[in-house]
Design a protein around this ligand. Structure first.
Ligand code: LLP
Length: 418
């Protein structure tokens, strides 16, 4: 459910016509709905209310905008970060260091030191080597780092290969069969308190069965560690729950996910941690674009829009589907290819798609663009970095300005010997 709806024949974000934002800010522009983001944050929390102890760490990578983080901080969310950059954003949004989890397969020594100095709550270790290094850095500073061990459960999440992380051939975590010995060795290190296990098998998960299998395996491992006398008080189950990208698509939602987790973890006696990203932000944003022109094609016309793969890379990168809709639909439909202006064929949002009929100058939106949208934008073809807007009822504000090519050019230097 979201708050991007037609009112008096025009698409609105809550009570604001998207056309008004496009006129004021220009296109392309991401627009987020505060009510939608808040609702998703609450629905996800509510879905887990049967669990006795829960920690919610929003996956910052899905939408690191400061205003979005601030909203989630107000909803009581901590953060799951994968770089010092993300950590500083979460801190800037007012999330306490203790509520921040540091994930990621390549934390540098410098990042770990910065995180310790910021009092970060938990490091999810991806290898024994990383744990040894973290313990040494902590000991040097006279502090103790709190950590979990990320385990690769070798379970196929049945999602797109590029966003699947829980198979043994993926780079994430330590192999399931070696996890107990590694956990035991890390637990003995001064400078490190091991408090549990972490798992994350992939993103845009639309079938709960692989997660159930992975979580059950983690439960077995937790019991084995406890039998060895090792302490396990926290179990981090990662993120990954998918969202509907197409009108009418039905997937397991937070309630089904919560029920599954409650069942698998019922006798765990641990704090269960989650790192949701897309399920919070996905449907909370759209990318507004203007049709530059419609050009005839061999089979179907090409609708050339002013958004491109640099603004929303998901279709080019993962063959992802984003629904397209006209901001002022006429009721007529057309079969078209929707493409951006970038000079490669992968800059294609949709092929032979039945969409609202549009002509040059019309506005349209790509829906479900709140997660992995603006954050993956770049400036390829010397295009601007796309701006972001947040709507709240009938008011709205720019929450990230457009960064013009001239600003980027101004940061470049030509050496005097050239
Ligand atoms: N925790 C960890 C350790 C992760 O690696 C991820 C996502 C999450 C949590 C959040 O997952 P979510 O709840 O959002 O599914 N750019 C891709 C998605 C990459 C996801 C990477 N890791 C896309 O646009 O589909």
């Amino acid at each position: 459910m979201d708050h991007f709806e037609l009112k008096n024949g025009a698409l609105h974000a809550e009570d604001v016509p998207l056309a008004a934002i496009a006129t004021a800010v220009g296109t392309p522009v991401y627009v987020y709905s505060r009510a939608t983001l808040t609702r998703h944050a609450r629905v996800f929390r509510e879905a887990l209310s049967a669990l006795p102890r829960v920690h919610l760490a929003f996956a910052v990578k899905s939408n690191p905008n400061l205003a979005v983080l601030k909203l989630l901080a107000k909803e009581g969310y901590g953060a799951d970060v994968v770089s010092a950059g993300e950590m500083h954003r979460a801190l800037a949004a007012g999330m306490p260091g203790a509520d921040i989890v540091f994930s990621g397969v390549g934390k540098t020594g410098r990042e770990m030191a910065e995180a310790l100095d910021a009092g970060l709550g938990q490091f999810n270790l991806e290898s024994e080597e990383e744990g040894v290094e973290l313990a040494a850095i902590a000991a040097e500073r006279g502090v103790v780092a709190t950590a979990t061990l990320r385990v690769n459960p070798d379970v196929d999440a049945k999602t797109h290969a590029k966003i699947s992380t829980g198979k043994s051939e993926n780079k994430f975590g330590v192999p399931y069969d070696r996890a107990a010995e590694i956990y035991a060795r890390l637990s003995a290190l001064p400078g490190l308190t091991m408090r549990g296990l972490a798992v994350h098998i992939g993103s845009q998960i639309t079938d709960l069965e692989p997660s159930r299998v992975a979580f059950a395996k983690m439960g077995d491992l937790m019991r084995a560690l406890r039998e060895q006398g090792l302490s396990v008080t926290h179990m981090d189950l990662g993120g990954g729950l998918g969202v509907p990208y197409r009108v009418g698509e039905t997937l397991p939602g937070p309630a089904e996910y919560g029920a599954m987790v409650a069942e698998v973890t019922r006798d765990w006696d641990a704090t269960i941690m989650f790192e949701p990203g897309r399920v919070i932000t996905g449907n909370g944003g759209v990318l507004v674009t203007e049709v530059i022109r419609v050009k005839p094609g061999a089979v179907n016309p090409f609708v050339v829009v002013d958004a491109a793969m640099n603004d929303l890379v998901r279709p080019a990168m993962y063959d992802a589907w984003h629904d397209f809709a006209a901001v002022q639909p006429t009721g007529e439909r057309m079969t078209a290819n929707i493409v951006g202006p970038i000079c490669e064929s992968s800059d294609t949002f949709a092929m032979a798609r039945d969409v609202d009929a549009v002509v040059a100058g019309d506005l349209g939106v790509f829906r479900t663009a709140g997660a992995y949208g603006a954050t993956m934008a770049n400036t390829y073809n010397s295009r601007a970095l796309v701006p972001e807007v947040m709507v709240d009822g009938d008011k709205w504000a720019i929450v990230a300005e457009r960064i013009e090519p001239a600003t980027i050019l101004a940061a470049e230097r030509v050496p005097e010997w050239l």
